[in-house]
Design a protein around this ligand. Structure first.
Ligand code: B3K
Ligand code: ZN
Length: 880
C-alpha cells in the first residue's frame, strides 16, 4: 500500500552518492517460474562521505542471501523495506554478494526483467534495475558490468547482454550459459539482458578508423524478413555520426532486439538496444512510409545515445533533457539530412505547437529541467524531449554550426565517462564561442511557452522601419513570475516586388537572427525603400507563440513569396486558421457556413502550381489539425471544431474536384512503387492526401478510385491510405467491407494490425463507444500489450474528438474505467493514457465537471500507483 501522497524529490536536494560501485558481476539463472539473480559488487565509500550504513534500492525482490567479503550477514545487520535494503556499519571497501529471486513471468509493468511472449527482456530506465537486484539505482553511479546468463538451451538459444561476448558453454540439464563483459563503466539504467529463441540478421560496418563492427538484429523467427530496413538505417546513422559529430562506435558488436511488449519506442542500452517491434520491423508491402521514417529516426536516436547519453550520461534524472533533448536534436538533423530539411522542420514544429504547447499550458507543465518529481517516468515528456531539442537547436542558431560542433566536441571529450548536468553542456558551448549564455540558461528552468508580440512602424519620410518586440510568459504550476528569456528571432524583410531587403545586420544576407533579451525592445532598420512585410521567426527559430497582426493579403503574399519555406507554410496555416476559427464561431452561433472564395482560390493556385516541390505542396495543402484548433481555443468546442473543419474539407473537395482528380491521377503510379526515396514518398503523401480530402465529400467516383487503389496498391502506404479513406467516408457498409478484407489479408502481422485497430478507433465514422468496446473484445486485442492499448484506447481518447468528448460524458467514464483496470498492471501506460482527462480546463463547464468526476473516481481507487497518483493530484481542480 502506498502512502497517501507519494514523496516529492527535489533537484535542490541532490547530493553525490556516498558509495561507489567499481565493478559488478551478475549471474542470471532463468527459469519458467522465476529467475535467480546473484550479484557481486566491489563497493567503496566515497572519499567525501562519512555515511556508515549502505542503503541500496530494491523493489519486489525476494532476498535469498547477503554476504560481505564472503561472510553471510545475520538479520540484525541489515533492514529490508519495501523499496530498500540497508546494511549497517559497512567497511570502507568491501565485496557485497547478494542473491535475489524475481518473477519475470508475472511482471506486467514491463519494467525490470520481464517476459514478452516467450522471451526474457529488460527495461531499466529510469528505475527498473531495482526490480532486478539491490543496487545504487541512480545514474551517477557508474560501474563496469560482467553478466553471465544461464538458461534452457532449447528454449533460449540466444543469451545477450551489454558489451562483448567473452565466454559460453554447456551446462547440465539441457542448459547453457553465455558471459558478457562491458568495458565501459555505465549506470545500471543502461543494463540489458535478452534470452530467447531468436533469428539473427547480421552485417558489418567499417568505422572511419577502419575497425569493423558486427551489427546484429535479433527478431522472432516469423519476422526474419523485416530486418533489412533497420539495418540500413543503422549503418547510415553510424556513418552520419562519424561525419557530423566525429563520434565513432566503441564496442565490437552493436545489437538490436525487437520485442512485442514494450512501454515506449526503444531503449539505448549500451551495445544492446531493445526496440518496440513497431519501431524497428519493416518490409516493403507491410510498412507505410510514415513507419519507415519513424523507424529511421528511432534507430538513429538510440544509436546516437551511445555518445549523448551513454558515454556522457546524466548526473540525476532532473538532467534528462541533457541526453534526450540533445539526442532528439541530433536525430532531427539526421532525418533532415536523409530526407528534406524543410519538411522535417514543418513536422517537428507541428508536433511541438500542437502537443508540447498544450503540455506547457496544462497541469503537468514543467521546465525542460524539472525542479521536482514524484515519479520520474511521468517526465519522459514532449517538453523534455521536443522542447529540449528546440533549446539545443537555439544554441546551434546562436553559435553557428562551426562553434556548435566545437562545443559538442569539447563536451564529449571533457565529460567522457562522466555523469553530468545541463550546466556542463551549456558551459562547453559558452567556452568555445565566448558567448554569454547565463540568461539563455533560463530556458532550462523556466516552464511555459513564451509569448512574443511584435509591432511594426514604417516612416516613409525617413525611410526607416521599426520592429518592436514584447515578451512575456504565462504562469505555470509553481512559477508565477518569469524572467525574460534570451530568444533568437530570425527575421527577413520582404518587399512588395517579392525581393528581400538585404539586412545590414545580416552580413549581406536576407535573414538575420535578432536576439531578444529584454521584456521590450525595438530594432531600427534604415534605408528601407518601401514598407516591407516582415517574415518573423523564420524556421521557427524559437519555441514561442509569436503574434503579429498580418492582414490576409500580407499572409497571402508570404505564402507566395517568402524565401523561408517554413514561414511560407506557416503563412498558409495562419490563413487557414483564420478561416477555420471564424467558421467555428459561425457554427456556434447557429449561422450558415460558407467558405470564403478567396481561400478556395488560394488552394486552387497551390494545386495548379507546377513549380512547387511535391513534398512542400503536400505540407502546404494540409489543414491545421483538430488538436491544434483545440490547443488554440480558450474554450474548445469539439463539435464546432469537427464540423467546421469537415465543412472546409468537404467544400474544398467539391469546389476543386477537377483539380484534385487531375493531381490524383498524375501521382497515381505511386501506388505501384516500392521506391523508398523521399521523392517517391512525397508523391505518395500527396496522392493519399487528395484521396483523404475526397473522402470528405464522397461520390461514386471517389468510391471507384478508393476501391481501385485498395485492390491494386502494391505498397502499404497506398493500400492503408485507401483503407483509411474508405473508413473515414462515413459509409458504414464500405468501411466494414474494406476493414474485413484488410483484416483477412493482414491478420497475422501484428504491426499492421495495430494500424487496423487505430484507423477505426480514431475515426469519426466510429464515434460510438460501442465500436471501441467491440475492438477491445476482438481476439487480437490484449490489455497487457501497450501497442494495442495505444492503438485502441489511446487513439480513441486522443484523436476521436467526437467520440471521446460526447456530451454524455461516456467517453470520459470509459477512459477512467480503463485507467483503473490498467493501473495495477502497467502504471506507466495508465499514467500516459490519463492525459486527455487532465486537460479538462479546455472545455465547457458541463464537460469540465464530467471530466473532474472521472478524475475523482480514479483517485478513489485503492493502491493507486505513484505514476497515476502524481498526475491526478496535479490535475485536480483543488491543486491549481
Ligand atoms: N531513453 C529511453 C526512454 C526510457 C523511458 C523510460 N520510462 C528511450 C529514448 O529516449 O531513447
Ligand atoms: Zn532518447
Amino acid at each position: 500500500m502506498r502512502d497517501a501522497s507519494p514523496q516529492t524529490i527535489y533537484l535542490k536536494d541532490y547530493t553525490p552518492p556516498s558509495f561507489e560501485i567499481e565493478k559488478v558481476s551478475l549471474t542470471f539463472q532463468l527459469f519458467e517460474d522465476g529467475a535467480q539473480v546473484s550479484s557481486r559488487m566491489l563497493i567503496s565509500r566515497a572519499s567525501s562521505s562519512d555515511e556508515s550504513s549502505l542503503r541500496l534500492d530494491g523493489e519486489e525482490l525476494e532476498l535469498k542471501s547477503l554476504k560481505i567479503d564472503g561472510r553471510e550477514l545475520d538479520v540484525h545487520q541489515y533492514t529490508v523495506e519495501p523499496e530498500s535494503l540497508t546494511i549497517q556499519a559497512v567497511p570502507d571497501k568491501f565485496e557485497l554478494e547478494c542473491v535475489t529471486w524475481i518473477k519475470p513471468h508475472e511482471n506486467k509493468r514491463l519494467e525490470g526483467l520481464y517476459k514478452s511472449s516467450s522471451m526474457f527482456c529488460t527495461q531499466c530506465e529510469a528505475e527498473g534495475f531495482r526490480r532486478i537486484t539491490y543496487y545504487l539505482d541512480r545514474p551517477d553511479v557508474m560501474s563496469v558490468f560482467d553478466t553471465r546468463i544461464e538458461a534452457d538451451s532449447a528454449k533460449y538459444p540466444v543469451l545477450l547482454s551489454n558489451g562483448n561476448e567473452v565466454d559460453s558453454g554447456k551446462l547440465e540439464g539441457g542448459r547453457h550459459f553465455v558471459t558478457w563483459h562491458d568495458p565501459h563503466p555505465k549506470p545500471c539504467y543502461l543494463f540489458a539482458l535478452v534470452a530467447g529463441d531468436l533469428y539473427c540478421q547480421s552485417d558489418v560496418f567499417e568505422r572511419a578508423s577502419g575497425r569493423p563492427v558486427a551489427l546484429e538484429i535479433f527478431v522472432d523467427h516469423k519476422n526474419a524478413d523485416k530486418c533489412d530496413y533497420a539495418l540500413d538505417a543503422l549503418k547510415r546513422s553510424m556513418k552520419w555520426d562519424e561525419e557530423k559529430y566525429g563520434r565513432e562506435y566503441d564496442l565490437d558488436v552493436f545489437m538490436i532486439v525487437a520485442v512485442d511488449d514494450f512501454n515506449m519506442g526503444a531503449m539505448e542500452n549500451k551495445g544492446l538496444n531493445i526496440f518496440n517491434s513497431s519501431c524497428v520491423l519493416a518490409k516493403s508491402d507491410a510498412t507505410t512510409d510514415n513507419a519507415y521514417l519513424r523507424i529511421e529516426a528511432i534507430v538513429a536516436h538510440e544509436y546516437f545515445h551511445n555518445w549523448s547519453g551513454n558515454r556522457v550520461t546524466c548526473r540525476d534524472w532532473f538532467q534528462l533533457s541533457l541526453k534526450e533533448g540533445f539526442t532528439v536534436y541530433r536525430d532531427s538533423q539526421f532525418s533532415a539530412d536523409m530526407n528534406s530539411a524543410g519538411v522535417k522542420r514543418i513536422e517537428d514544429v507541428n508536433l511541438l505547437r500542437t502537443a508540447q504547447f498544450a503540455e506547457d499550458a496544462g497541469p503537468m507543465s514543467h521546465p525542460i529541467r524539472p525542479a521536482s518529481y514524484m515519479e520520474i517516468s511521468n517526465f519522459y515528456t514532449l517538453t523534455v524531449y521536443e522542447k529540449g531539442a528546440e533549446v539545443v537547436r537555439m544554441l546551434n542558431t546562436l553559435l553557428g554550426d562551426e562553434a556548435f560542433r566545437k562545443g559538442s566536441d569539447l563536451y564529449f571529450e571533457r565529460h567522457d565517462g562522466q555523469a553530468v548536468t545541463t550546466e556542463d553542456f551549456v558551459a562547453a558551448m559558452s567556452e568555445v564561442s565566448g558567448r554569454d549564455l547565463v540568461q539563455f540558461k533560463r530556458w532550462y528552468d523556466q516552464g511555459g511557452t513564451p509569448v512574443v508580440k511584435v509591432k511594426s512602424n514604417y516612416d516613409e519620410d525617413k525611410k526607416q522601419y521599426v520592429l518592436t518586440f514584447e515578451q512575456s510568459c504565462p504562469a505555470t504550476p509553481g512559477q508565477l513570475k518569469k524572467e525574460p528569456f534570451h530568444i533568437p528571432i530570425e527575421i527577413g524583410l520582404m518587399l512588395a516586388d517579392g525581393t528581400q531587403l538585404p539586412l545590414a545586420q545580416a552580413d549581406g544576407g536576407g535573414s538575420w537572427v535578432y536576439e531578444l533579451r529584454d521584456s521590450m525592445a525595438s530594432v531600427v532598420f534604415n534605408d528601407v525603400p518601401s514598407k516591407p512585410i516582415p517574415s518573423l521567426l523564420r524556421g521557427f527559430s524559437a519555441p514561442v507563440r509569436l503574434h503579429y497582426d498580418y492582414s490576409d493579403q500580407e499572409l497571402m503574399f508570404l505564402l507566395a513569396n517568402d524565401s523561408d519555406s517554413f514561414n511560407r507554410w506557416d503563412a498558409g496555416q495562419n490563413l487557414a486558421l483564420r478561416v477555420l476559427q471564424s467558421l467555428v464561431s459561425r457554427y456556434q452561433a447557429g449561422e450558415a457556413l460558407t467558405l470564403d472564395p478567396a481561400f478556395v482560390d488560394t488552394y486552387r493556385s497551390l494545386l495548379n502550381d507546377k513549380s512547387l516541390d511535391r513534398a512542400m505542396l503536400g505540407k502546404l495543402l494540409m489543414l491545421p489539425s483538430e488538436a491544434y484548433l483545440v490547443e488554440l481555443s480558450e474554450t474548445a468546442d469539439t463539435e464546432a471544431i469537427y464540423h467546421a473543419r469537415q465543412f472546409v474539407r468537404r467544400t474544398l473537395a467539391n469546389s476543386l474536384r477537377v483539380e484534385l482528380l487531375e493531381l490524383y491521377q498524375s501521382t497515381h503510379t505511386s501506388a505501384f512503387s516500392l521506391d523508398l526515396s523521399f521523392d517517391a514518398m512525397s508523391l505518395r503523401a500527396l496522392h493519399n492526401f487528395i484521396l483523404s480530402l475526397l473522402a470528405a465529400a464522397p461520390n461514386d467516383e471517389f468510391y471507384t478510385l478508393a476501391s481501385e487503389q485498395f485492390d491494386t496498391a502494391s505498397n502499404m502506404t497506398d493500400s492503408f491510405a485507401a483503407l483509411a479513406a474508405l473508413v473515414n467516408a462515413e459509409n458504414p457498409a464500405a468501411a466494414k467491407d474494406a476493414l474485413s478484407r484488410f483484416y483477412a489479408r493482414w491478420k497475422d502481422d501484428a504491426q499492421v494490425m495495430e494500424q487496423w485497430f487505430a484507423v477505426q478507433s480514431s475515426s469519426s465514422s466510429f464515434a460510438d463507444l460501442s465500436h471501441v468496446k467491440a475492438l477491445m473484445g476482438h481476439a487480437d486485442f490484449e490489455m497487457t500489450n501497450p501497442n494495442k492499448v495505444r492503438s485502441v484506447i489511446g487513439a480513441f481518447c486522443a484523436q476521436n474528438i467526437l467520440g471521446f468528448h460526447d456530451v454524455s460524458g461516456s467517453g470520459y467514464e470509459f477512459l477512467a474505467d480503463q485507467i483503473i483496470a490498467l493501473d495495477d498492471m502497467n502504471p506507466q501506460i495508465a499514467s500516459r493514457l490519463l492525459t486527455p482527462l487532465t486537460r479538462w480546463r479546455k472545455y465547457d463547464a458541463a464537460r469540465q465537471s464530467l471530466m473532474q468526476t472521472q478524475l475523482a473516481r480514479i483517485l478513489a481507487k485503492s493502491n493507486l500507483s505513484k505514476d497515476v497518483q502524481e498526475v491526478l493530484e496535479k490535475s485536480m481542480p483543488t491543486n491549481q
